[in-house]
Design a protein around this ligand. Structure first.
Ligand code: ADP
Ligand code: GLC
Length: 476
């Protein structure tokens, strides 16, 4: 089967969050048995120099090249450059629209830039004559709408990674979608008076998926549907939740070159102690005693991640022996609050503002616990990464977190600590339970247990295969 994915992120080239990791690891696994292609934007600030094959493809279908418009001329001056990575063919969309960008999101004209990228992805799918076209999140959603209206539609799948970001723009900005080469009827994409790209993807795709069964259920009602639950309910029979997998070549305590000392489930105590000691040296914080539990936190500092709840719980439970190392950037208010704690309680709290892939691995390896206080979480990857590094996750009971972490009373099934979202008391009590678990004999059983959980894509890629088959059958 030939599959083309279209995405704004792909690790290690463009990464802002979990989408990059999810797609790179899924496609690497798919490429073991299928022909897998990925289209992504060519930005100035790529995380790695691609291995070019020298092949190029146009970004415009020849029939559309005959029409005359500004958009057509921009697309004529753009192209796809082919590269290869782990058995996957990558198609970098080279265009003035993206070339000058150092990071992928947050720029003016996103409505136009991603619409153009979406058209180019659609054109590429037609040129490569793929069997399935798989688009991810609002940035590429219009390519699915173009597919639906095409005289030669390719079976399509649209994956929602996060409903909080929908790509909705005032209609006066999206008038160009009616023109060549789009020719889209945009009135069905109207949501609250705006042209909503995410809605276009939901309405147009043959099959829709999201990244965990738990989040699928949550998005069928408000507020977690972010206003689009009615749309998802209309398409409920074509909508499935497939849990993300992880890349065990990238995230693996046994072989990780980014950490200070690799370890297994039999020498994890020694491994953690060494990683903790070295991490403290690197960040310049000799947190003592060394056997006090270290809680790691990593993430985009946005509303979704629930950090203000953590801040309140931390201050309420100052008596606990925990030390905290936080890595992230985003919302300035949360950044300032973390900086403030880093200054006022430097003996227990450290904050690193920024994005640092290497440090993320080191924190996972050194931490005894990993905290994710999300208010909502489509899947979440760090709780699974934490398992692999023997770092016990403490998570809120939402979305993919509740599908992957269980605080069972039956010891062999306990894979973490779970609390209620947005509830300071519940989070505080979870921190208390972590402290008890840290000192008890149970900890060894739990750590060994979580280090052996299988979060690989091997089993789960079959679920995507089924969705592809369903989308193909629908088209016949
Ligand atoms: P989301 O996609 O919502 O941000 P996920 O848990 O799915 O959440 O994935 C986040 C990914 O981004 C993880 O690989 C995490 O380690 C990484 N990450 C987030 N913030 C940072 C940061 N500041 N530095 C390094 N890695 C980060
Ligand atoms: C989104 C979600 C996150 C998920 C990731 C990959 O960014 O916020 O929960 O793990 O996509 O699917």
């Amino acid at each position: 089967m030939k599959i083309l994915h279209a995405s704004a992120e792909y690790f290690p080239y463009i990464k802002m969050g979990g989408l990059a990791d999810m797609l790179a690891s899924l496609t690497k696994e798919q490429a073991k048995s299928e022909e897998v292609y990925v289209a992504l934007p060519f930005i100035g600030g790529l995380g790695k120099e691609p291995q070019w094959t020298g092949k190029e493809y146009p970004a415009l279908l020849s029939k559309d090249a005959k029409t005359d418009s500004l958009i057509v001329s921009v697309l004529m001056a753009s192209r796809f450059l082919e590269a290869e990575e782990s058995g996957v063919k990558l198609y970098f969309f080279q265009s003035d629209l993206f070339q000058s960008l150092n990071s992928i999101y947050g720029h003016a004209d996103e409505h136009f830039r991603f619409a153009m990228f979406s058209y180019a992805c659609y054109a590429l799918s037609q040129m490569l004559k793929v069997d399935v076209f798989h688009a991810h999140d609002w940035h590429t959603a219009l390519s699915v709408a173009l597919q639906k209206d095409s005289p030669f539609p390719i079976p399509s799948v649209f994956t929602i990674h996060n409903l909080a970001y929908q790509g909705d723009h005032p209609f006066w900005m999206t008038g160009f979608l009616k023109e060549e080469p789009f020719r889209l009827v945009t009135s069905p994409f109207d949501h609250n008076g705006k042209c909503n790209y995410m809605k276009a993807g939901i309405l147009s795709a043959g099959q829709i998926t999201t990244v965990s069964p738990g989040y699928r259920e949550e998005t069928l009602t408000e507020p977690n549907g972010f206003g689009l639950s009615y749309c998802l309910n209309q398409r409920a029979s074509d909508y499935s939740g497939i849990l993300n997998g992880i890349d065990s070549d990238e995230w693996n305590a046994k072989i990780d070159k980014r950490i200070y000392k690799t370890f297994t489930d039999s020498n994890w105590k020694e491994g953690k102690l060494k990683n903790k000691t070295e991490l403290y040296k690197e960040i310049g914080r000799p947190f003592l005693p060394l056997d006090a539990p270290l809680v790691g936190l990593i993430g985009r500092l946005t509303y979704q991640k629930g950090f203000p709840t953590f801040l309140k719980a931390l201050l309420e439970r100052r008596h606990l022996p925990h030390r905290y190392v936080v890595l992230g950037s985003g919302d300035p208010e949360t950044e300032n609050a973390f900086f403030h704690l880093s200054e006022t309680i430097p003996d227990i709290f450290y904050f690193y503002k920024g994005y640092n892939e290497g440090l993320a691995h080191k924190i996972e390896a050194a931490s005894d616990f990993f905290l994710m206080p999300s208010l909502f979480e489509p899947c979440g990857l760090n709780q699974m990464y934490s398992h692999v590094y023997g770092s016990i996750p403490i998570v809120s009971r939402v979305g993919g977190l509740k599908d992957t972490v269980e605080e069972s009373n039956l010891l062999p099934y306990k894979t973490g600590i779970v609390f209620e979202p947005n509830d300071v008391g519940s989070l505080g009590y979870a921190l208390e339970r972590a402290s008890d678990l840290f000192r008890s004999d149970e900890r060894d059983v739990v750590v060994k247990n979580i280090m052996n959980l299988d979060w690989s894509w091997e089993k789960r890629k079959k679920e995507y295969q089924l969705v592809y088959t369903r989308s193909i059958e629908l088209q016949i």
